[in-house]
Design a protein around this ligand. Sequence first.
Ligand SMILES: [Fe+2]
Length: 386
Amino acid sequence: MPRGVRLVNREMDLKFKNGKFTILQIADPQDLQFVRPAMLKMLDKAYDRVSPDLAVMTGDQILGNHLRDCNNWTRLTVRDKAGEERALRTALKKLLEPIERRGIPFAMVYGNHDDMNLVTKEEQADMYRAYPHFIGADANDSSVECDTCNLPVYSEDGGKMLWNLWLLDSARFDKQTRRCSAYVTPETVAWYEKKSAELRDANGGVPVPALMFQHIPLPETLAFAGECEKKDASCKEGGRYYKLKPGISGVMGEYPSVCEQNVGQFEAIKRCGDVKAVVCGHDHLNNFEARLDGVDFIQTGGASFRCYGSSKTRCVRVFELHENGEYRTFTISYWDLMGVNPGSLLRYYWEADEMAYIKGYTLGGAALAAAAGAAVWAVKRNIDKY
Ligand SMILES: [Fe+2]
């Protein structure tokens, strides 16, 4: 076990309560040490409304490649790895403290942006493990990457494993070449198949119902993008326009950015027969529920206000697992949580990334109007003297 690594709290078993187990997925909170308050307020409301049994962060918790950009006027406040580590620690604290304060167990997988800095994933894993309610990757388990693991969910009396949660790493960043690779590795898929078979054997030969969480969508997600005329959709790729194929509920606001290599993960999932749904983030403007070959593909819109997003897709997603192996999922949007009122509108206008231009124009226009008004008043005042 690496030095300084504390084992996660295995006493904190996940169990059903009153016939139900509720998971809150937070996709792409993606912020810096100065986390935008609008997102934190949205998440605060979500924790209180849902009271989840588990929160799962599905990657890009941090806007890792911009940790060094923060400056005090013209002076960079972060210049080296130690500075990045300080900034990262502060950003995580602001994101995770509201979950800790409520005593909600939480788990995570990394996204491509978490790793795009000098702090390694193993070092970041140590930061997560320092939180008492973190129940993710364990330094002693057999995972192939430090965020890859499985979490059993037990019956209320703890006697039977009713569900299983897969958490898979899908993105890594080469610190030397500064190149990001976005795919689930063949080693991870092999680990999943082996572990899934072990769980099935222990369950009397019946696959244990599972959700699989990872950051980057599976390549098969492209099957849900239907080409269309420009007038039909805003989602563009290579000069062509796409939208969700008919019959799929949700929003496709961008062409899916999927795993860059297909290592046979979906074929493995079908062979194992345990995964009810693959749950992803990464594409902030995509928020939909589709199905292929009996497996649900769940895409959840990004929560971040610092990064690109839209008023239709900033949300959290809820999963309600049932003892009979079925589940229900739905999203709760910023507007559902905050209401539509002057405060929520002003907060959205002030903090949402895509409002930057509009804010620039309106504030610039207001400043010009004020200056023009002042000039008119000054001229009028001088005229009135004569
Ligand atoms: Fe991402």
